[in-house]
Design a protein around this ligand. Structure first.
Ligand code: IPM
Ligand code: MG
Length: 351
């Protein structure tokens, strides 16, 4: 019996969460496990009503769950940054979810903007450090608003933070057992302190994984290679800021944010699963958005929670639904509604 804390969040979050849970129930039934959910209404509406983003008590409560499932955060009436920092980043940081796992996988039947590349070329995974770098929120403004203003935004890399992330990436590369190749993505030619630490740790930890081939690419070059030669990649490890940026590019080459899944993992604690996409407020409540990214994120959840067969069922069901042409378009307002896509994938996943 698993216990899930569910935060549907804003905009389309609730709709995609429903489908992710629907598919989860279907696979749990056939695989013979159960889960119960407890819903939390954190998000823009609650913030507008109460002025509260996410109280510390919620973090304490979350620690009692097997996992957190989150739909989407972001509200048009709330100043940018408030909900992102107050909810999303607060959960990631407080629960020390130091790995942000983002698979970039082109499913069969999905259109990619990269000419002449297919599912066999686009199948890699980004391991993004999830608690440090420019995200730590250290800095400030001096002489604010004056012509003499100074603004500082510090980038923090710690030995512990880098090492545990790099180690996770090596382990994953071994376990994935594909090309057994790990790329470090950094900007060590300019960030000669922080990313020098990444370089040293990457090489040092790599000695423990002699079967994993070490590769390196600067972040600007990786953007170029994602587009030109995506087939070169197996696993990529990178810092928080660059991981944020390159995974949006990754999402585009895999067919868009509609299929891009994500996981915020604390291997020793409580993890959170969420699609990479935002809350798309203009489509909210219309049953038109495709929930595949959310469903795939639930797949990552079951994988992480020790139900690999359930995860494989979800993965195969998505591949079948897309590969056999049951879903013609991934953009909002395609041939199938949100609930129809959820029903279809639930059916395939439990077959
Ligand atoms: C993501 C998002 C978040 C991030 C924002 C909403 C704070 O872009 O999950 O990639 O930058 O991590
Ligand atoms: Mg992002």
């Amino acid at each position: 019996m698993y216990k899930l804390a569910v935060v549907p969040g804003d905009g389309i979050g609730a709709e995609v969460t429903n489908e992710a849970l629907k598919v989860s129930r279907a696979v749990a039934d056939v695989e013979g496990f159960t889960f119960e959910t407890q819903e939390y209404d954190f998000g823009g509406e609650r913030y507008k009503r109460t002025g509260e983003t996410l109280p510390d008590s919620a973090i304490e409560e979350f620690k009692k769950f097997s996992a957190i499932y989150l739909g989407a955060i972001g509200h048009p009436d709330v100043k940018t940054g408030v909900l992102e920092k107050g909810i999303l980043l607060k959960i990631r940081f407080s629960l020390d979810q130091y790995i942000n796992l983002r698979p970039v996988k082109l499913y069969p039947g999905v259109w990619t903007p990269i000419k002449d590349k297919g599912p066999e070329d686009i199948d890699f995974i980004v391991v993004r450090e999830n608690t440090e770098s420019l995200y730590v929120g250290i800095g400030g403004n001096f002489k604010y608003g004056t012509p003499d203003e100074v603004a500082l935004q510090e980038m923090v890399c710690t030995r512990k933070g880098v090492e545990r992330c790099v180690r996770y990436a090596y382990e994953l590369t071994q376990k994935r057992n594909r090309r057994k190749q790990l790329h470090l993505c950094d900007k060590s030619n300019v960030l000669t302190y922080g990313h020098d630490l990444w370089q040293r740790v990457f090489k040092e930890v790599g000695k423990e994984y002699p079967d994993v081939k070490q590769e390196h690419a600067h972040v600007d070059a990786i953007c170029m290679w994602f587009v030109k030669n995506p087939e070169w990649f197996d696993v990529i490890v990178t810092d928080n800021m660059f991981g944020d940026i390159i995974t949006d590019l990754g999402a585009m080459i895999q067919g868009g944010l509609g299929v891009a899944a994500g996981a915020n993992i604390n291997p020793e604690g409580v993890s959170m699963f969420e699609p990479i996409h935002g809350s798309a407020p203009k489509y909210a409540g219309k049953n038109v958005i495709n929930p595949i990214a959310a469903i795939a994120s639930a797949g990552l959840m079951w994988e992480t929670l020790g139900q690999p067969k359930a995860a494989a069922r979800i993965e195969n069901a998505i591949a079948k639904a897309l590969g056999e042409g049951h879903i013609k378009t991934l953009s909002a307002g395609g041939d199938k509604s949100t609930t129809e896509i959820g029903d279809l994938i639930a059916k395939f996943a439990s077959a």
